[in-house]
Write a protein that binds this ligand. Structure first.
Ligand code: TLP
Length: 339
């Protein structure tokens, strides 16, 4: 059977060019700061996003959590959009690692109302003091939706007026850059820290990068070590990351087109899809019993994720062939007939 894997863009496998670069990578012990390939990757990321410093880590969960550790004192609160990955899918990490709490604000299509963010900021001694405002671009659980630059700026303005830093979970930052037809530097402006993932649509096997001011890097380095994220000859991974970062973004437009074609096909099957939310490489479908549908799809060779009892998520990525989307739609139609 030809499996079609639409569970996530994390399932992409390293390309032959990445494997070759990995095999030939110049390496050193990165815990001593001596891996030249990691150094090159961090320098490229910092330059591309217009940041002073960058730090390579094993996962986006770690880059997000190190950022939270940098920004929050114990007992402080981070304000984040409803559905934020740092809350929904980083399993209690905020509480364990930073000793912080979170306040979620309504965020249709991943975009919080700046006035709601302002109102959520705590200053009273009776409340957990706000230490950080976070955004997610693209916003995963809202549908891979894009936060436009003016909306980001309005929230950064609120943060600035309150003297608070901002963090961006940019796991799919380059999907947002592509959808907005902007530049990484433009989209990155105004955030104190940004986490980007190389192992999603960009296609690297492993790795995320935290962008930050130079003054933060020594502490971020210490937190990464504290979490067990100090990697030795990590240049083997960074070599693939360099290709992902420099070549990966140009493939994302195709991923977005595939998602749109899939969404339109699903609508033709009379499934409930919010087409307005299909802005990048994700399609969420509202169904009565998501886990049961996912199971039937698996039996037909199509992998998807149930994100809750009534939502199925399909994610497009570079490892899909052109015929996979029409084929996926056939399998979905078949699964619905069995139901
Ligand atoms: N998200 C995964 C799952 O955890 C849901 C996925 O398949 O989408 N931020 C965002 C917005 C993410 O979507 C993810 C991964 C992460 C951070 C964490 O990245 P990793 O998996 O590298 O820890």
């Amino acid at each position: 059977m030809h499996w079609i894997d639409l569970r996530s863009d994390t399932v992409t496998k390293p390309t032959p060019a990445m494997r070759q670069a990995m095999a030939e990578a110049e390496v050193g012990d990165d815990v001593y700061g001596e891996d030249p390939t990691v150094g090159r990757l961090e320098a490229l990321a910092a330059e591309m996003l217009g940041f002073e410093a960058a730090l390579f880590m094993p996962s986006g969960t770690m880059t997000n959590q190190v950022a939270l550790m940098l920004h929050l004192k114990r007992g402080q609160e981070v304000i984040a959009p409803k559905g934020a990955h740092i809350y929904e899918y980083e399993p209690g990490s905020l509480a364990v690692l930073s000793g912080g709490t979170i306040r979620l604000v309504e965020a249709p299509y991943g975009i919080p109302d700046p006035e709601a963010v302002r109102a959520a900021i705590h200053t009273s001694v009776h409340q957990a003091p706000t230490g950080l405002i976070a955004l997610e671009n693209t916003h995963n659980t809202a549908g891979g939706t894009v936060v436009p630059i003016p909306a980001q700026r309005a929230i950064q303005q609120v943060a600035e007026e309150a003297g608070l830093p901002t963090h961006l979970d940019g796991a799919r930052f380059f999907n947002a850059v592509t959808a907005l037809n902007t530049t990484p530097v433009e989209l990155a402006k105004g955030f104190r820290t940004i986490s980007i993932c190389l192992s999603k649509g960009l296609g690297a096997p492993v790795g995320s990068i935290l962008l930050m001011p130079r003054a933060y890097r020594a502490e971020a380095w210490r937190y990464r070590k504290l979490l067990g994220g100090g990697m030795r000859q990590a240049g083997v991974l960074a070599a693939a990351g360099l290709i992902a970062l420099s070549e990966g973004p140009k493939h994302l437009a195709r991923d977005h087109q595939m998602a749109r074609a899939l969404a339109e096909g699903l609508l033709r099957l009379h499934l409930e899809v919010d087409l307005q939310a299909v802005q990048t490489n994700m399609v969420y479908v509202q169904v009565p019993q998501a886990p049961a549908l996912v199971q039937r799809l698996r039996e037909l060779g199509l992998l998807a994720n149930a994100m809750g009892p009534n939502r199925v998520r399909f994610v497009t990525h570079r490892d899909l062939q052109d015929e996979d989307i029409p084929q996926a739609l056939k399998r979905i139609e078949q699964a619905l007939q069995i139901a």
